[in-house]
Design a protein around this ligand. Structure first.
Ligand SMILES: Nc1ncnc2c1ncn2[C@@H]1O[C@H](COP(=O)(O)OP(=O)(O)OP(=O)(O)O)[C@@H](O)[C@H]1O
Length: 454
C-alpha cells in the first residue's frame, strides 16, 4: 500500500531532516525536502505533492504561514506538522487551521509512518468515491447548481454507505427511481441486483405473488414454482416504488418481512432469510395517509430510517439549462440526429415553463423536439405548429374534446410504458386493456417501442 503518496518534508534542522527522509523513503514514500518555507512554496508550485510535513518553528516563513498558503492555494494537499514537545500548543493551533495531524519530534518515527498509512487509506477511499461519482454522472444527470438538490445528492451518497432503509419522497417524475439506483450504485451492493417493484402496478393478490413468489399448484394458474421479487433481490437492493399504494391488508405482512428479512413463498410453510437493502419511494403524503388510517404508522417508521425529499424541478431552475443540453445530447445520440443550438425565444419558453411533470416531462419534451427537428438549430417557429408541451396537458385553447382525449390517452400510455420498463403485459394490466389493444393504441399514436433510459 505504501509508496504512492508523494511527500514534501520542510525542516530547517538538516540532521533531523535527513534522518526523517531516510525513514520515510524506507517506508516506501518518495520524499523531497526543503530547508525553509520559501523554498517549499517554490517546490509546491513546480511539483505535485500529496502531503507536506512541516516543522513549526522556522526562520522566515514558519509552519503556520505555510499551512495558510497551502490551505488557500493547494487545498488537496494534506499537512502534518512536526513539533518539539514544548510547542504542542502551536500544533493544536495548526490543527485548527486544517492540518491533518501533528507529530512530536521526540516520538518514535513509526508513529508518523502509521499516520501516513492512515492518510493514504483515506485518500484512496476518497479517490474511489470521486471516480464512482464521476462514472455515475454519465448515466444520469447527477450534478447540480442548486444548493437544495446538491444537498440531496450528497446526503444520498452518504446514506448509500450504510445498509439502512431509505424513503425517497417527491412529486411524480422528479427522479425518485433514478436516485434509488444512484444509492444502489454508490453502495457496497453495487455489483448485485437492483430490483424495482412498482407497488401500484399490481392488484392485491398479484402483488403478493410478485413479492413472495409461489410454489407449483399453490393456486389455480400456479403451474410452475416462481421466485418472488423479495427472493430475487437477495444480496442486492429492493426498491418498492409507490409504497403508499400498498393495500392496508398487505402492509402488516410486508412489515414483518422487512423487520425479520425473512419470507415464505405462497403455498409453502418454509421460511428463509433474505439479505436485501430496502429503498422505498412515494409521491403521497404518508403523514396524511397515516392519519386517514390508510398507511400503518409502524411500517412508516420501519421504512424511513433515512428520508430524502427531492425538490420539484420548478424549484431548481438553476439546473434547467444544463439538463436541456443533457437530454438533447442523449436524444440526439439515440436518434442519430445533430442539434447545435436553440434560438433564444425557444430557450426562453423552456426556461420559464414550470414542468408540473418534473424531469420526466422535460425529458419527454426534448425527445419530442429532437424527433420533430429538421434542422440543426431549433427555433420556436419550427415548433409552433406542434404542441411540444402536450404532455403537460393542455395549453392550447380551442381543441376539440376528441383531440384533447387522444392527447391525454397518448401521454398516459407513454408514461405507463415507461414506468413499467416497456413491459407490454404489465402495462396493459395497469391500463386494464389487453396486450393486443395496447399494441393497437401504440400503433395508432405512433408510440415508439423502446426503452430510452433504465
Ligand atoms: N437526474 C436525472 N437524470 C436523468 N434522467 C432523469 C433524472 N431524473 C429523472 N429522470 C428521468 O425522468 C423520468 C422519471 O424518473 P423517475 O422514474 O426516477 O421519477 P419518479 O420520481 O420515480 O416518478 P414516479 O413518482 O412517477 O414513479 C425517467 O425517464 C428518468 O430517466
Amino acid at each position: 500500500m505504501a509508496g504512492r503518496l508523494r511527500l514534501l518534508l520542510v525542516d530547517d534542522e538538516e540532521e533531523y531532516r535527513n534522518l526523517l527522509q531516510i525513514i520515510l523513503e524506507r517506508s516506501g514514500y518518495t520524499t523531497d525536502t526543503a530547508e525553509n518555507g520559501k523554498l517549499a512554496i517554490q517546490m509546491l508550485s513546480e511539483y505535485d505533492y500529496d502531503v507536506v510535513l512541516t516543522d513549526m518553528r522556522m526562520n522566515g516563513i514558519d509552519g503556520l504561514q505555510l499551512l495558510d498558503y497551502i490551505g488557500n492555494l493547494h487545498k488537496d494537499i494534506k499537512c502534518i506538522v512536526i513539533t518539539a514537545y514544548a510547542s504542542v500548543e502551536n500544533a493544536v493551533e495548526a490543527m485548527k487551521k486544517g492540518a491533518f495531524s501533528y507529530f512530536i519530534k521526540s516520538n518514535d518515527p513509526q508513529e508518523l509512518v502509521l499516520n501516513l498509512h492512515n492518510l493514504e487509506k483515506m485518500k484512496n477511499l476518497s479517490d474511489q468515491n470521486t471516480m464512482l461519482k464521476n462514472s455515475l454522472t454519465k448515466d444520469n444527470f447527477m450534478e447540480s447548481q442548486s444548493p437544495e438538490f446538491q444537498k440531496v445528492l450528497d446526503y444520498a451518497f452518504k446514506v448509500a454507505k450504510t445498509n439502512a432503509n431509505v424513503l425517497i419522497l417527491g412529486e411524480s417524475g422528479v427522479g425518485k427511481e433514478v436516485l434509488a439506483r444512484y444509492i444502489h450504485k454508490c453502495s457496497e451492493r453495487r455489483d448485485e441486483i437492483f430490483m424495482p417493484v412498482n407497488c401500484h402496478s399490481f392488484s392485491d393478490a398479484l402483488l403478493e405473488a410478485e413479492l413472495y413468489g409461489y410454489e407449483k399448484g399453490s393456486f389455480t394458474g400456479a403451474q410452475e414454482k416462481r421466485i418472488g421479487r423479495f427472493e430475487a433481490s437477495d444480496k442486492g437492493t429492493l426498491f418498492l416504488d409507490e409504497i403508499g399504494e400498498i393495500p392496508l391488508l398487505n402492509q402488516s405482512k410486508i412489515l414483518r418481512n422487512i423487520e425479520h428479512k425473512e419470507i415464505e413463498r405462497i403455498g409453502s410453510n418454509k421460511s428463509f432469510k433474505i439479505d436485501f437493502r430496502l429503498i422505498c419511494a412515494t409521491n403521497k403524503n404518508l403523514d396524511a395517509e397515516i392519519k386517514n388510517k390508510n398507511f400503518r404508522e409502524d411500517l412508516y417508521y420501519r421504512i424511513s430510517t433515512f428520508i430524502i425529499e427531492i425538490p420539484p424541478l420548478r424549484e431548481r431552475k438553476e439546473d434547467l439549462r444544463a439538463m436541456i443540453s443533457y437530454f438533447t445530447e442523449k436524444a440526439c445520440a439515440e436518434l442519430k440526429k445533430r442539434v447545435i443550438s436553440f434560438d433564444d425565444p425557444l430557450m426562453d419558453v423552456l426556461l420559464n415553463y414550470d414542468y408540473p411533470g418534473n424531469v420526466r416531462e422535460l425529458k419527454n419534451i426534448i425527445e419530442r423536439m429532437v424527433v420533430l427537428a429538421e434542422k440543426e438549430k431549433f427555433t420556436l417557429q419550427d415548433f409552433s405548429q406542434y404542441d411540444i408541451f402536450s404532455s403537460s396537458l393542455f395549453i392550447a385553447g380551442s381543441e376539440s374534446l376528441r383531440d384533447v382525449r387522444e392527447k391525454a390517452e397518448r401521454y398516459h400510455i407513454m408514461r405507463m410504458l415507461e414506468k413499467n420498463q416497456y413491459n407490454i403485459e404489465q402495462t396493459a394490466l395497469v391500463l386494464q386493456i389487453t396486450s393486443r389493444q395496447l399494441y393497437n393504441k401504440m400503433h395508432q399514436y405512433n408510440i415508439r417501442f423502446s426503452k430510452t433510459n433504465s
